[in-house]
Design a protein around this ligand. Sequence first.
Ligand code: CDP
Ligand code: MG
Length: 716
Amino acid sequence: MPSMATGDRRNFTPNSNGNNNLPQFGPKLLNSDQKSDFFARRQKIEQQRRSLPIASVEKRLIDEVRKNDTLIIVGETGSGKTTQLPQYLYNGGFCHDGGTIGITQPRRVAAVTVAKRVAEECGVELGQKVGYSIRFEDMTSISTRIKYMTDGLLLREALLDPYLSRYSVIVVDEAHERTVQTDVLLGLLKDVQKKRSQKTCSESNNNGVVKEENNVVKPHLVRKLNPLKLIVMSASLDAKGFSEYFGGAKAVHVQGRQFPVDILYTAQPETDCLDAALVTIFQIHLEEGPGDILVFLSGQEEIESIEGLVRENLKKIPESNQKLLILPLFSSLPSEKQLKVFTPAPNGFRKVILATNIAETSVTIPGIKYVIDPGLVKVRSYSPDSGIESLIVVKTSKAQALQRSGRAGREGPGKCFRLYPESRFEGLEDSTIPEIKRCNLSNVILQLSALGVDDIIGFDFMEKPDRMAVIRSLELLYLLGALTDEKKLSDPIGQQMARLPLEPNDSKALILASQFDCLEEMLIVVSMLSVESIFYAPRDKLEESRTVIKSFSSPDGDHITLLNVYRASLEFLEKNKTENGKEKAEKNLRKWCKDNFINSRSLKHARDIYNQIRENVERMGLKIGSCGDDLLPLRRCLAASYFLNAALKQPDGTYRVLANGQIAEIHPTSVLRRTKAECIIFYNLVQTTRNYVRNVTRIDYLWLAELAPQCYALKD
Ligand code: CDP
Ligand code: MG
């Protein structure tokens, strides 16, 4: 651990071109002196809105949307696309027919924070005129007209409402990110647009009333279907691809505003990015003028560990220099904490925001003058050969690096510290590969099948997925029993799996658990696996935390350990509730978490997810039984569901994944790390410098032949 006091620092060399050649600026945003008075705040918001680059083209945008059914809008991050356009559309009368404006985001955080901001800008309560809806959280009502949501959620809505009839306009935001959900959505929306224009004609002799399939007319659906307006928004300057895909759709460019940003590189490649980021944060804090710092990190774990390190080191510097406000920003952070990044720092303080890739284009944080970019990003990666999807940390593309540095020049000249040498920048890919080219497609296939699209290869994708990846993903769905020989959804398994908002493996685990009489336990396990890092171990308390965490651990593995944590927390909460009341009990639970080195945010998130999926499986009529303290059925059920993720111990202590022969080690955080079970199933495979399997449970290899005969057979 470098000590700031010893003066460890990085030498950065300036970009060889000096300043990058970004266009010069227009008027500066208002000084953000926070005024507590409500009216002052409103006035300020109004002024901010008017000063956004997009404000000058409001009229033109509305005209173009009126004239074109499909429109591409391209504009630099921060120009006001996400927050302003929906309001312009609303004021421009696009909801007059009772329809809603839906805006999709690839990320949950963006949907939530932007909805809150827009509700404030409109002066309305969140969930009324302006709302959001993300998986496991719905903040909308019958009066919602501007609805932010994740692209995945809109896909799910299409299952119940194939015409997306409640929407008059759909805005697909952040399309340049090209997540797999965005790509599927674009193809689907193209089709919905076509169907809607046909529907309008055929329905006109039916009083224009559209009925749902079961003939129940929902109040918000009682209206004539107008053609669907579709707007695709992107921060990348290349609109051509989108325009061509939509048959030569018109593209409008919103002129951005960007101050020069000095790009600095390290002289040497960094071996420990966290350490380099830490040193650079303090270097900026102690040596540079006022302005907030934005650090790009690859995930919650990295963010939380660096958060701890900054706090520790802050104590070591003179008190007068300690005015640094550390704010994490990642998806599973509770939303009130997420919003803190938008509040200006108190006088004399500097904010340092530790964010995932979300801050690259999805959300614009005011006040940033310094960007620290380690040049890495966590992405999904799928190899058709192995059939296993993993999360890997890879180098960003040039386009991403430019977006990141651009964040420093929104309100004035800024600096971007790239934690790699300039020579590495030159070697980066120009742009990021669309996710559909590098992910497991079984979920997409399941969703499309449920929408009646059986031929995935023939589906109108902007970019076709790899044939081999499609075949492997289809194979997986067959093995899980979700598809019939005719590539149709099987009844009931496939139908049920498509209805659950989970990955196919997890859905299958829940369905099977109902038969194994351990659905209660499996619901907990799946919820706990849906959140990142339940345990956290501060570096200075490593030993202590290990001992405490051990008290939850099960010799059978991590799944049951997670179950133990959840059960223990419920027990604590129940006992406390009767003694102290609900609110106090929740507060005490946070303290309990802290004492037990449990991440209370993650646990809370897991509880929310549990409640939601439980509701889902109840509605589906699955029997929710419990296996109590005999957890053998749970382990057998895990083997029956995650059978493709089974691995056998090798003589050298590593594990060989049975499905593909890949060699991996058990992750150091696993409770089975030392015990070395003979046969295991794992939940994820993480590739860093080595292959690690995480969330591991001990199984009997004989179960595989018994419970997954479609995949395994005993030799003799
Ligand atoms: O979508 P685009 O990147 O074009 O911009 P935007 O997200 O609409 O942001 C427009 C402005 O609103 C930026 O200056 C943000 O800093 C500000 N904003 C904010 O202050 N608080 C939020 N929660 C969201 C945006
Ligand atoms: Mg945006």
